[in-house]
Design a protein around this ligand. Structure first.
Ligand code: 28F
Length: 661
């Protein structure tokens, strides 16, 4: 960091510099306050900050092409063909407006009423934060026929803004390299950036976005330009499903400065996938736009169904859930002054938006249903079947509840519960197989660790309707152990969740991976709240045990195994295959023995506790839905009906699988 201002003899520093340096200093002292965290997620947010400024220029109508390149040296370049950041000398700051935007906190995010700023809201901290957290950053602005340039080190300008040439075009180009003093990992993941840019291209149909990765031997590049906008987005999300409503329904309109766009279709699955965005920000926690859409869908479909004799109101009342079975929907609205609420500030609070979305959707959906009677009939019949299945499930639940009512806690017999009753201190292990379940019960700390052993494969919920799901014993015991009812439907009550962490513990082999995927599918489709409230984890059992003399070491992957062997100064010759172990009478083993754990059952309770369950020594991975659309597509491709997309996925990804034969 620069030397303290007061000591500097250099007259060029003025009052505004002190304010700038204080700002950048604060950013570097508390980076997580500005970008959420300094893990991989925070690292990639640096790119999103820069991208959002280019997107703002597109939203303002001046840019229709953005490129993102991960350069050979690992730095990232973003360019746009907008107007170019203003460079004239700032009236009050007496320095170039460009330097103000690049070095002053939130200088670029200024709010004017008639624009929908992505980076202006709570989500955007401005490019000056990226600058402060970068080892170096350079900006080039093409504007008024000239090319301007400035370079910074950890946010500090290296010199004044310079004119370095002429330019026939206009636009802004930012290149930066994240500061390894702040981020322990500074390697960008191409797929992560690609997913967000694909999403942005679907949300901004007139914008062409190019992504490039120049780090490998051959350049990886993609162009995203979807003139069909949200309709193309729904088709992409549903590409591994069969639509029953023909091409997606598209609704759009504007009221009181709020722009509304909705696209949706029904597929044959039983799952509901609704994605909502405000000014291109993914509102994972929903909000008033989602409420407006749901209200319009339920009311319009109900009216149409009753009017056309498909729904007999005296028989069965359909709920919102019934009208959304098999629905894939994207809602994207633009609001001048969005209010974000919720745990992760991704819930829209503006109350006026509910009525606006509801009226625009209701009107246009009503017309669609009237104009497409055959599709409407198919949709309503599917909703009816959903209601009948739900009714059957409710009756089945009634039965189980009555049955459960007989035994005291109504908890599944196999659950070895913990003694502490405060959910905030407790965790539930879902363990594959009875033998591992047994070791886990013995090895655990029974004060705060509960164990629910699962026998064999659970049902693939991706292809099952809710009543089938509730007939599955394993699923039922998970639901009752967690205690909050069935997720995703209106009856889920997160105040009743009995554990702070739910940890999936499966074998480290192919079967274990399959069971883990089935469990993840269940939680993603029917207990999304458990994921959204960051309660779902994956246990990391060790893969190898290394024995030298009396001491034992555990490695969790190949790299760690090599590291341990190196630290034990083991030469390859003295390694004994684990079936050739020679144990001296003293219990000492000759040389070094490496054994591969095939399953949890091979570990005794003490080992399982030390390596996988003791909070002091274990590693558990948090399951996040950082990119929900990608997760949704993954489950459909891997677990859904259509075989072709799955075959394609396996073909493309087989090279990454370590199939241990
Ligand atoms: C690679 C990242 O950051 N693009 C940007 C602009 C354009 C303007 C602007 C940006 C107005 C004065 C606050 C130009 N002409 N891409 C980008 N393009 N910022 S950032 O103005 C900044 C605000 O300071 C711009 C007329 N109005 C606005």
């Amino acid at each position: 960091m620069p030397k303290n201002k007061e000591e500097s003899k250099d007259p060029k520093y003025g009052a505004e510099d002190i304010q700038v340096l204080k700002g950048l200093e604060h950013v570097r002292k508390r980076p997580a306050m500005y970008i959420g965290d300094i893990s991989n997620r925070g690292l990639h947010h640096l790119v999103y900050e820069v991208i959002d400024n280019a997107i703002d220029e597109a939203l303002a109508g001046y840019c229709d092409k953005i490129t993102l390149t991960i350069n050979k040296n690992g730095s990232v370049t973003v360019t746009d063909n907008g107007r170019g950041i203003p460079t004239e000398v700032h009236p009050t700051e007496k320095i170039s407006a460009l330097e103000v935007v690049m070095t002053q906190l939130n200088a670029g995010g200024k709010f004017n009423r008639d624009s929908y700023k992505v980076s202006g809201g709570l989500h955007g901290v401005g490019v000056s934060v990226v600058n402060a957290l970068s080892e170096w950053l350079e900006v080039e602005v093409s504007r008024e026929g000239k090319l301007f340039y400035q370079k910074y080190k950890r946010g500090e300008p290296e010199g004044k803004v310079k004119e370095i040439g002429t330019s026939k075009k206009t636009g802004t180009k930012v290149t930066f390299f994240p500061d390894s003093e702040i981020f322990k990992n500074t390697v960008f993941k191409f797929e992560t950036l690609e997913e967000r840019l694909r999403e942005l291209a679907y949300l901004n149909k007139d914008l062409a976005i190019f992504v490039k990765d120049e780090r490998g031997d051959e350049v990886k590049q993609e162009e995203f330009h979807f003139k069909g906008g949200l309709v193309d987005f729904v088709k992409y999300l549903d590409e591994s499903e069969k639509s029953i409503s023909g091409k997606p329904v598209f609704v759009s309109g504007e009221r009181e400065n709020v722009q509304v766009e909705v696209a949706f279709q029904y597929n044959e699955s039983y799952n509901e996938s609704i994605y909502t965005f405000v000014n291109n920000i993914n509102t994972h926690e929903g909000g008033t736009h989602l409420e407006g859409f749901k209200a319009a869908l339920t009311r319009t479909l109900n009216n149409y169904g009753t009017k056309n004799g498909i729904i007999k109101t005296d028989k069965l009342t359909l709920t919102g859930d019934d009208f959304r079975e098999g629905l894939t929907c994207v809602i994207s609205i633009k609001v001048p002054e969005p209010q974000f609420e919720g745990q992760t500030k991704t819930k829209l609070g503006n109350s006026e938006v509910k009525g606006i979305v509801q009226s625009i959707t209701g009107e246009q959906l009503g017309n669609f249903l009237d104009e497409n009677p055959s599709v409407s009939k198919k949709i309503l019949e599917k909703c009816l079947r959903a209601a009948e299945a739900r009714e059957a499930a409710r009756k089945a639940r009634e039965l189980t509840r009555r049955k459960n009512a007989l035994d005291i806690a109504g908890l599944p017999g196999k659950l070895a519960d913990c003694s502490i009753k405060d959910p905030a201190q407790c965790e539930l292990y879902l363990v594959e197989g009875d033998s591992a379940g047994g070791s886990a019960k013995q090895g655990r700390d029974r004060r705060f660790q509960a164990i629910l052993p699962l026998k064999g494969k659970i049902l693939n919920v991706e292809k099952a309707r809710i009543n089938k799901i509730l007939e599955n014993e394993e699923i039922r015991s998970i639901i009752t152990a967690i205690g909050a009812g069935l997720g995703n439907s209106d009856e889920f009550d997160d105040t009743k969740i009995r554990y702070d962490k739910i940890i999936l513990m499966c074998d480290a082999d192919v079967d274990g991976s399959h069971i883990r995927t089935l469990l993840l599918t269940f939680f993603y489709r029917h207990m999304r709240e458990i994921i959204d409230t960051q309660r779902l984890y994956i246990a990391q059992p060790p893969l190898f045990k290394i024995k030298k003399g009396k001491s034992e070491f555990y490695a969790y992957d190949d790299a760690e195994r090599e590291e341990i062997l190196k630290s034990l100064k083991v030469d390859k010759k003295s390694i004994v295959p684990d079936n050739g172990e020679v144990v001296e009478p003293t219990g000492e083993t000759k040389g070094v023995v490496i054994s591969r754990f095939k399953g949890l059952g091979e570990m005794n309770p003490e080992q399982l506790w030390t390596t996988t369950m003791n909070p002091e020594t274990r590693t558990i991975l948090l399951v996040t839905n950082e990119n929900a659309t990608a997760a949704d597509k993954m489950f459909r491709v891997l677990m859904g009906e259509e075989v072709e997309p799955r075959r394609k996925f396996i073909e493309e990804n087989a090279k990454y699988a370590n199939i241990d034969v």
